[in-house]
Ligand binder design. Sequence first.
Ligand code: ADP
Ligand code: MG
Ligand code: ZN
Length: 578
Amino acid sequence: QPSGSSKPPKPSFNKQDLQHYEESDFSWSKEVQAKLCNVFQLSKFRPLQRVAINLSMSGKDLFLVMPTGRGKSLCYQLPALCSNGFTLVIAPLVSLMEDQLMYLKSINVPAVTLNASSTKEDSKQVLAGMMDKNSPFKLLYVTPEKIAKSKLLMSKLEKAYNMGLLARIAVDEVHCCSQWGHDFRPDYKLLGILKRQFPKVPLVGLTATATSNVLKECQKILCVQEPITLTAPFNRPNLYYEVRFKHNEDCTHQIAELIRERYKNQSGIVYVFSQKDAEVVATDLQKRNILAQPYHASMEPSDKSLVHQRWSSKKIQVVVATVAFGMGIDKADVRFVIHHTISKSIENYYQESGRAGRDDGSADCIVFFGFADIFRISTMVVMENTGQQKLQNMVAYCQNVDRCRRAMMAIHFDEVWNDDECNQMCDVCRHGNDYITMDITKHARDVVAIVEMASSMDEKLTPLKVCDAWMGKGPAKHRKTIKVTSLSRVEVESIIIHLLLHGYFSEDFSFTPYTTHFYLKLGRKAALLKNGNHSITMKMRRKVSESAGEKSSAKVEGKRLADSDNRKSGAKKVKTLL
Ligand code: ADP
Ligand code: MG
Ligand code: ZN
């Protein structure tokens, strides 16, 4: 570009150009459509899939940014089947590759992998297959380390390239290239060699989360000249997001009321935590005259598809489901997705709640936030590397009172976000400023002291026991020197959660052969409370009970909570019970 020119550079690719790629009259269109149905057994494309496939089939380099679960893989798997030779797929995790391979095997798509655990014999066959004109496989999955370290692989790729058999390069989770992204992988830095060695092979980079800065860096690292970036809209403007407190660990009656009144004659999903919950909640709803049926992984496949069918054809109103209900749901007119229990991550929540309103009509996504559920999920994800962090993010989403729910998700997905875009389509934006800022330092000291005392007695306390003890309901032996609080149950729970999220408490798991227990222990920041100047504030919802649907008592509650701000008698007299 000549410097000093006032005109902005002409974009190399504009909307009109893109429109051309939405068409289905390319030379490959028939084959693509046929394989979509016959091989992948899908009836139609999701937004951006067709454009992405047409661009890639035209030999363009492409970055595809789509939320998790929208179907990015199809955008290179389908072209792979419709091209000569094979597609090289770089994926960051062996486990991800294995999932993909299993899926591809189930639909009879020949695909292979080369990774650290491949046997010599396997590797030999794969390397030979790369130069076989009959293409014994259409997809070759490798880790970035393999590209960086295996000279043999690179030399075979070179040969395949010269024979015209290297059809395409797909870089999955492409944001791993960037140090600014959230899971930088050094070996991704070395992938630039692919475009340098094989300049004529189209590359497609896929990711769910990438800001334009991250993408620019990826482009540089991968040595892609002028990639076209397709971004699926992350925001679902027609969905209303809401969080409600789950009082007394039960919300089925509230859910029933919503379904019978607000969602009368409308279809929806109630997501629950476990298979047992699916059965129990479905039965509860049936007792309240709601046409509901459970759905979970242990059901017979025929029963599952029956439930799905009945729901799709509106013979039943609600499916009460575990996360097993997800794959293959394409009902457009889902008017509500209610979470009886929080999801284990924001990604999961986004995806599950996102099954509402696919027809672009308005729909509600309500999550019931219960104290005990946090720890049930926490023990469930205990073996996952980032399980606790992801759960904490979900809890923070629910605990949040002053940020737009969409903003919370956008930040999580690394999206650029402007709060106005919510359009009052979340509870926070709609009832904004309905919170108070509380100084909880004293409360924090009191409750931390409970856990400290228990630990000095060599005892572990579950979060529920801590609540009870703090409210003066625990067994006498715990009450020796406890300052019993006059805070309400919801406040007590919120404060404990706040302290957990902010490192004053942390999780202490204990494993038995049958189950995992969750106890609270002091966190890395607990010691700060010894310092007289240290203070902690938290924002708490004012109308705690209104958002729980009990409008009548809202005013009283609001006042009481507001008072707690400068409540002097936050803790009653020291009780000595021994
Ligand atoms: P991503 O990589 O974007 O997270 P995947 O490629 O793993 O998503 O796909 C997620 C799910 O979406 C898969 O179960 C896939 O079969 C399904 N899927 C993909 N495309 C379609 C489509 N056009 N119609 C229905 N389901 C689809
Ligand atoms: Mg993926
Ligand atoms: Zn909002």
